[in-house]
Write a new protein. Structure first.
Length: 146
Protein backbone atom coordinates (compact mmCIF):
# COMPACT_ATOMS: atom_id res chain seq x y z
CA UNK A 1 0.00 0.00 0.00
CA UNK A 2 2.78 2.43 0.89
CA UNK A 3 4.53 1.56 -2.37
CA UNK A 4 1.42 2.54 -4.40
CA UNK A 5 1.15 5.85 -2.57
CA UNK A 6 4.80 6.58 -3.31
CA UNK A 7 4.25 5.80 -7.02
CA UNK A 8 1.16 8.05 -7.10
CA UNK A 9 3.17 10.88 -5.56
CA UNK A 10 5.88 10.42 -8.18
CA UNK A 11 3.26 10.52 -10.95
CA UNK A 12 1.68 13.64 -9.43
CA UNK A 13 5.09 15.29 -9.19
CA UNK A 14 5.78 14.48 -12.84
CA UNK A 15 2.43 15.96 -13.89
CA UNK A 16 3.29 19.10 -11.94
CA UNK A 17 6.49 19.50 -13.92
CA UNK A 18 4.55 19.12 -17.17
CA UNK A 19 2.09 21.82 -16.06
CA UNK A 20 4.98 24.06 -15.08
CA UNK A 21 6.61 23.59 -18.47
CA UNK A 22 3.32 24.29 -20.24
CA UNK A 23 2.81 27.47 -18.21
CA UNK A 24 6.35 28.62 -18.93
CA UNK A 25 5.82 27.98 -22.64
CA UNK A 26 2.53 29.88 -22.56
CA UNK A 27 4.15 32.81 -20.76
CA UNK A 28 6.98 32.90 -23.32
CA UNK A 29 4.43 32.86 -26.16
CA UNK A 30 2.48 35.72 -24.60
CA UNK A 31 5.68 37.69 -24.02
CA UNK A 32 6.57 37.17 -27.67
CA UNK A 33 3.12 38.41 -28.70
CA UNK A 34 3.50 41.48 -26.52
CA UNK A 35 6.91 42.22 -28.00
CA UNK A 36 5.50 41.83 -31.50
CA UNK A 37 2.61 44.16 -30.70
CA UNK A 38 4.98 46.73 -29.23
CA UNK A 39 7.15 46.56 -32.33
CA UNK A 40 4.06 46.94 -34.50
CA UNK A 41 2.97 49.98 -32.52
CA UNK A 42 6.44 51.52 -32.82
CA UNK A 43 6.34 50.92 -36.58
CA UNK A 44 2.92 52.55 -36.82
CA UNK A 45 4.11 55.51 -34.77
CA UNK A 46 7.18 55.88 -37.00
CA UNK A 47 5.01 55.80 -40.14
CA UNK A 48 2.66 58.36 -38.62
CA UNK A 49 5.54 60.67 -37.74
CA UNK A 50 6.94 60.34 -41.27
CA UNK A 51 3.55 61.24 -42.70
CA UNK A 52 3.33 64.24 -40.37
CA UNK A 53 6.74 65.46 -41.49
CA UNK A 54 5.73 65.10 -45.13
CA UNK A 55 2.48 66.96 -44.42
CA UNK A 56 0.35 64.24 -45.97
CA UNK A 57 -1.35 62.79 -42.93
CA UNK A 58 -2.97 65.82 -41.38
CA UNK A 59 -2.47 68.58 -43.90
CA UNK A 60 -3.11 71.20 -41.23
CA UNK A 61 0.09 72.88 -40.02
CA UNK A 62 -1.43 73.54 -36.58
CA UNK A 63 -2.01 69.84 -36.06
CA UNK A 64 1.53 69.08 -37.22
CA UNK A 65 2.95 71.25 -34.44
CA UNK A 66 1.40 68.99 -31.81
CA UNK A 67 4.06 67.26 -29.74
CA UNK A 68 4.06 63.54 -29.23
CA UNK A 69 4.06 62.25 -25.70
CA UNK A 70 5.00 58.74 -24.67
CA UNK A 71 2.17 56.49 -23.56
CA UNK A 72 2.10 55.03 -20.06
CA UNK A 73 3.28 51.40 -20.00
CA UNK A 74 -0.14 49.82 -19.49
CA UNK A 75 -1.75 52.04 -22.09
CA UNK A 76 0.96 51.42 -24.68
CA UNK A 77 0.40 47.67 -24.49
CA UNK A 78 -3.35 48.10 -24.80
CA UNK A 79 -3.07 50.65 -27.64
CA UNK A 80 -0.79 48.21 -29.49
CA UNK A 81 -3.20 45.30 -29.06
CA UNK A 82 -6.25 47.36 -30.05
CA UNK A 83 -4.45 48.96 -33.01
CA UNK A 84 -3.34 45.64 -34.45
CA UNK A 85 -6.89 44.32 -34.05
CA UNK A 86 -8.53 47.35 -35.65
CA UNK A 87 -6.02 47.53 -38.52
CA UNK A 88 -7.40 44.20 -39.73
CA UNK A 89 -11.00 45.48 -39.46
CA UNK A 90 -11.61 48.27 -42.00
CA UNK A 91 -15.19 48.62 -40.81
CA UNK A 92 -16.20 49.91 -37.40
CA UNK A 93 -16.02 47.42 -34.53
CA UNK A 94 -17.97 47.52 -31.27
CA UNK A 95 -16.27 48.19 -27.94
CA UNK A 96 -17.27 44.71 -26.79
CA UNK A 97 -15.68 43.08 -29.84
CA UNK A 98 -12.45 44.97 -29.18
CA UNK A 99 -12.56 43.96 -25.51
CA UNK A 100 -13.20 40.31 -26.42
CA UNK A 101 -10.04 40.34 -28.55
CA UNK A 102 -8.00 42.05 -25.84
CA UNK A 103 -9.36 39.56 -23.31
CA UNK A 104 -7.97 36.62 -25.31
CA UNK A 105 -4.49 38.13 -24.91
CA UNK A 106 -4.78 39.57 -21.41
CA UNK A 107 -7.77 38.43 -19.37
CA UNK A 108 -7.02 40.93 -16.60
CA UNK A 109 -8.10 43.91 -18.74
CA UNK A 110 -11.59 45.14 -17.90
CA UNK A 111 -14.11 46.45 -20.43
CA UNK A 112 -13.99 49.88 -18.77
CA UNK A 113 -10.23 50.10 -19.38
CA UNK A 114 -10.72 49.34 -23.09
CA UNK A 115 -13.47 51.99 -23.29
CA UNK A 116 -11.19 54.51 -21.55
CA UNK A 117 -8.27 53.89 -23.91
CA UNK A 118 -10.48 53.99 -27.01
CA UNK A 119 -11.96 57.31 -25.92
CA UNK A 120 -8.75 58.85 -24.61
CA UNK A 121 -6.47 58.35 -27.61
CA UNK A 122 -8.40 60.25 -30.26
CA UNK A 123 -5.29 60.41 -32.48
CA UNK A 124 -5.47 56.61 -32.74
CA UNK A 125 -9.15 55.68 -32.45
CA UNK A 126 -12.38 57.34 -33.52
CA UNK A 127 -15.90 56.53 -32.39
CA UNK A 128 -18.03 56.42 -35.53
CA UNK A 129 -21.34 55.65 -33.83
CA UNK A 130 -24.26 58.04 -33.83
CA UNK A 131 -25.16 59.34 -30.35
CA UNK A 132 -28.52 57.58 -30.44
CA UNK A 133 -26.93 54.18 -31.01
CA UNK A 134 -26.60 52.10 -27.83
CA UNK A 135 -23.37 50.41 -29.03
CA UNK A 136 -20.22 52.42 -29.68
CA UNK A 137 -18.23 51.41 -32.74
CA UNK A 138 -14.58 52.25 -33.29
CA UNK A 139 -12.14 52.57 -36.16
CA UNK A 140 -8.41 53.03 -36.33
CA UNK A 141 -7.81 56.66 -37.32
CA UNK A 142 -5.29 55.68 -40.04
CA UNK A 143 -8.05 53.83 -41.91
CA UNK A 144 -10.57 56.67 -42.03
CA UNK A 145 -11.24 58.50 -45.23
CA UNK A 146 -11.15 62.29 -45.01
Amino acid sequence: MARMQKQNQEVDFGAGEDNKNELETEIKEKDNKINLLQQTLQGLQKQLLELHHKGGALGDSDKMKKETTPLPGNDSKLVAIVSTFLVSHPYAVSTEAVWNHVNTIDSSVQLQKVEKVLGEYKDCFNCVSIDEEPVKKWKLVALQSS
